[in-house]
Design a protein around this ligand. Structure first.
Ligand code: F0G
Length: 457
């Protein structure tokens, strides 16, 4: 089989700044060993996130110029609304400025003290918004999804038996909705199968519960269904996408991922009454219902992005390029979450830094080593992001996995950039015992990974 190439060529470039190891050492210290606090221009290959980092197409930029900036009823809004209806089949479309704005509105409506929200794995902002409303966020991913090296085609699946048991235990009146995150970002970017969505839907129907998707990466999920699920191989991705949304009563979407834009979000409902109440909250903090905190040009870019993301040559290249990174790291001996998912490779930092304990924040320590060695920026998904303190004992409580995510921005880096990353991570791995643990010197009470400061142990 021939090399799968980037199905685009480049007409505008952004130079990268090369730094020396000494410079990076100083930058890392000035950023308190937290890559979120490092200026982006001091980063060579930025794999911090695939969110809002996409390169837009010529057609998207053309849409930006066409953008209608009318306050109400802009032509750009109607174009965007129609695309979202075509892609998802959902009758009620609300624009928001990004995913967490959709989450905030949704959980202000349905959350609250005493409520319980199940998900395969809540993303950090989703969990924070559920908890901010006073509700509890419960992760019910299948057991296979918690074992990094175990290969299973759909490690993002939500366990229907665990869901049924939870609903019976707390009572369906306390469960306002069930959420499934596609792909499961906090669980390794792993896809959810159609079969599993149907099984979760059946549990919801048994208890009369709505099902919502956190659909940031719905196209990548659909493409992985096409590749991995029996009977789906010959189907157009857009039909698989339709099947996924047909099973749901609504969705929150950050358009910064599969919307192929730098800013934007969507909130979708099947139920008109819920949509009406959500629109009232939208007007309160985001903006009028036909722009929701965005410019008309942003709506144009989203309308085009949500179409382009369903091109199958794009999705083939996308999924293959992430898999290529994973294969290269495995060849270098690095343990990763297997098989590779849709948007990122997740390095098993507990394995990489097996000389450190979870109290040493091995993921954060690995981030610092990657930056220091090669100017690569990544993100920790482990004890910094999800660790808590037991109020009774004062002891740290650690999540089940210590991961470092190498997220691949869409249409931004070429194969040689990725080859550089594979080489550099392999070199850090060969010298891994030199990585020192970290301790927190300062941290806010919630979402601490964004701004926490560290010192080397
Ligand atoms: N849900 C999932 C599954 C996400 O991955 C994200 C964002 C959000 C919701 C929130 O969307 O950022 O537009 O408000 N994930 C980014 C990431 C930040 O790096 O994975 P947002």
């Amino acid at each position: 089989m021939r090399t799968i190439i980037e199905p685009f060529r480049i007409k505008m470039v952004e130079p990268l700044r090369m730094t020396t190891r000494e410079e990076r050492e100083a930058i890392l210290r000035a950023g308190h060993f937290n890559p979120f606090l490092i200026p982006a221009e001091d980063v060579l290959i930025d794999l911090l996130t695939d969110s809002g980092t996409s390169a837009m197409s010529a057609e998207q930029w053309a849409g930006m110029v066409r953008g209608d900036e009318s306050y109400a009823g802009a032509a750009s809004w109607f174009r965007f609304e129609q695309v979202m209806k075509d892609v998802t089949g959902m009758p009620h479309v609300l624009p928001t400025h990004q995913g967490r704005a959709s989450e905030r509105i949704l959980f202000e409506l349905v959350g609250g003290p005493g409520k319980v929200v199940p998900n395969n794995n809540h993303f950090d902002t989703t969990r924070a918004n559920v908890e901010h409303s006073g509700a509890a966020a419960v992760d019910l991913v299948i057991d296979e999804g918690r074992q990094p090296r175990l290969r299973h085609p759909f490690k993002g699946n939500l366990d229907p038996a665990k869901l049924d048991a939870l609903v019976r235990e707390v009572g369906p009146e306390r469960v306002p909705l069930v959420m499934v995150t596609v792909t499961n970002n906090s669980g390794g970017g792993q896809p959810v199968s159609l079969e599993n969505l149907r099984a979760v839907r059946a549990v919801c129907d048994r208890h009369g519960l709505p099902l919502f998707l956190d659909a940031c990466r719905f196209a990548e999920n659909a493409y992985l269904i096409k590749l991995r699920e029996e009977g789906q191989g010959g189907r157009p991705v857009k039909d698989i996408v339709k099947d996924m949304f047909d099973l749901a009563d609504g969705a929150t979407i950050s358009a910064k991922k599969d919307g192929l834009v730098n800013i934007g979000g969507v909130l979708l409902f099947r139920d008109g009454e819920l949509a009406r109440r959500a629109n009232n909250l939208l007007i309160l903090t985001e903006g009028f219902v036909t722009y929701g905190g965005l410019a008309g040009r942003d709506l144009e870019a989203m309308a085009q992005g949500f179409r382009e993301v369903l091109h199958e040559d794009y999705l083939q290249y996308r999924v293959r390029s992430v898999e290529y990174l994973g294969e290269g790291l495995l060849r270098a001996g690095v343990a990763i979450v297997e098989p590779p998912g849709g948007h990122a490779i997740y390095v098993d930092a507990a394995h990489f830094c097996d000389h450190l304990t979870p109290d040493d924040f091995p993921g954060q320590a690995l981030l610092c080593a990657l930056y220091r060695h090669a100017g690569i920026r990544a993100v920790e998904i482990g004890s910094v992001m999800f660790g808590t303190t037991d109020p009774a004992t004062g002891k740290a409580v650690h999540p089940p996995m210590q991961l470092v995510r190498l997220a691949v921005p869409r249409r931004v880096y070429t194969q040689s950039h990725i080859d550089y990353v594979i080489e550099a991570v392999g070199e850090v791995y060969a010298n891994r015992r030199a990585i020192r643990g970290l301790r927190i010197t300062d941290a806010p009470p919630v979402l601490r990974h964004f701004t926490a400061r560290f010192a080397e142990v």
